[in-house]
Design a protein around this ligand. Structure first.
Ligand code: FES
Length: 407
């Protein structure tokens, strides 16, 4: 039996409809969000070929820190080696394929398989195979150490996010993120410090995150945060105040230089969080968000940086890990506690849970769950895009189909 393809699951017509100009295109049909076959195809053909966000660098802050992660069903070890470099390896013992690291660990000097104690250095090299030949050091017939190290995985860190590329063939990470990096070039994001991390699961497909990378929904979904359509668009001309810059594997949303200031930022300013430093002579920074496809988003404001990593669990289930960073001591000191809380409340809401639906992210997840439920309907195959607002969404859905159709 032939394996399912993007064409056999979605149909030729649906693929042709996505490829049309945004004005006449139709979006991904429901099966792309609900079918196990499509989910499996993404896991096999999309995620292994791209850079995938997997963790925040602060989750393994010190040499010898390590954690297990799973990417597209593949178990990996992330660790910080003795020199402080973040590395990734397949979490598979070279003896008889046992998971080596099953929970986060600190201060490791080596990795030891729990089954028969094969031991690897933090550089992945095989160090010991005790009692392989019945002797303590297995000195007579020890397996060749040079060819039995942990299998490395391509890995990189960009703005506090650890990325991996399973097949090793994606463009260099710096090139992959360049479409959003160019807007951040004047900012000192390395100097930011972690203040808070938060995790959720929501009952919707991972693609709905990138489908949400538009501003059309802001005043409707994020009531209390973005209240006035006049802050999103010129009501006389219909011209959006937001630039959409989809390029390569990145979606960018960014306020146009000519856009009026957001009223919503005034309450935050009252708490005086220090602004992110910019290069001398740089133009004032007005905020920027980017979705680094397929699963990582970054939101950079005047004083805070908030990346998020989305992990697909099932067609209708996604796990999120999000982090908030501020400038220097303002990330942790008492003097800025109220300011930090104000920023976090804006995202998380007072209840800090999905049921509360009072923060930006909980409101987004709630809306994505409504979309996922609708995609179970027999009339949910034909969706359309506003050319004013949703070029990013159209670009992303075509990006998915194109990636899945690649040989
Ligand atoms: S499977 Fe790891 S040492 Fe045997």
């Amino acid at each position: 039996m032939q394996s399912p393809t993007v064409e056999s699951i979605l149909g030729k017509q649906a693929i042709a409809d996505i490829a049309k100009p945004v004005e006449s295109a139709r979006g991904l049909p429901a099966a792309a969000y609900t079918s196990q076959a499509f989910f499996d195809l993404e896991q096999q053909r999309l995620f292994p070929r791209t850079w995938v966000g997997v963790a925040f660098a602060e989750e393994i802050p010190q040499p010898g820190d390590a954690m297990p992660v799973v990417v597209a069903g593949v178990p990996l070890i992330l660790l910080r080696d003795g020199a402080g470099t973040v590395r990734a390896f397949h979490n598979v013992c070279r003896h008889r394929a046992t998971i080596i690291l099953d929970k986060p660990a600190t201060k490791l000097r080596s990795l030891q398989c729990p089954y028969h104690a094969w031991t690897y250095g933090l550089d992945g090299a095989l160090k010991a195979t005790p009692f392989w030949d019945g002797t303590p050091d297995s000195s007579r017939t020890a397996p060749d150490t040079a060819s039995n190290g942990l299998v490395p995985v391509r890995c990189g860190v960009w703005n506090h996010v650890i990325f991996v590329n399973l097949d090793g063939k994606a463009p260099p990470l710096a090139d992959y993120v360049r479409p959003v990096d160019r807007f951040l070039a004047d900012l000192d994001l390395d100097g930011l410090r972690l203040a808070h991390r938060h995790g959720w699961e929501f009952k919707a497909n991972w693609k709905l995150v990138n489908d949400n990378w538009e501003n059309y929904h802001h005043v409707w979904v994020h009531e209390g945060v973005f209240d006035k359509m006049s802050e999103e668009v010129d009501l006389g001309t219909g011209e959006s105040y937001t630039e959409m810059s989809p390029e390569g594997s990145v979606l960018v949303l960014r306020r146009k230089d000519s856009a009026p200031s957001r009223q919503a930022s005034a309450p935050l300013a009252a708490h005086a969080m220090p602004p992110i430093a910019t290069r001398p002579g740089a133009a004032p920074f007005r905020g920027c968000t980017g979705a680094v496809l397929p699963n990582t988003t970054v939101t950079i404001g005047i004083s805070s940086y908030a990346p998020a990593i989305y992990t697909p669990i099932a067609p209708g289930l996604t796990r999120v890990s999000m982090a908030w960073y501020f400038v220097g001591d303002a990330a942790t000191d008492r003097a800025h506690a109220a300011g930090r809380e104000k920023v976090l409340d804006r995202w998380l809401g007072e209840s800090r849970d999905l049921a509360g639906r009072t923060g930006i992210r909980s409101q987004d997840h709630w809306c994505m769950e409504l979309q996922q439920a609708a995609r179970g309907s027999p009339v949910a195959d034909q969706v359309q895009f506003s050319p004013t607002w949703e070029r990013n969404v159209h670009y992303f859905e075509k990006w998915v189909v194109d990636r899945l159709a690649e040989a």
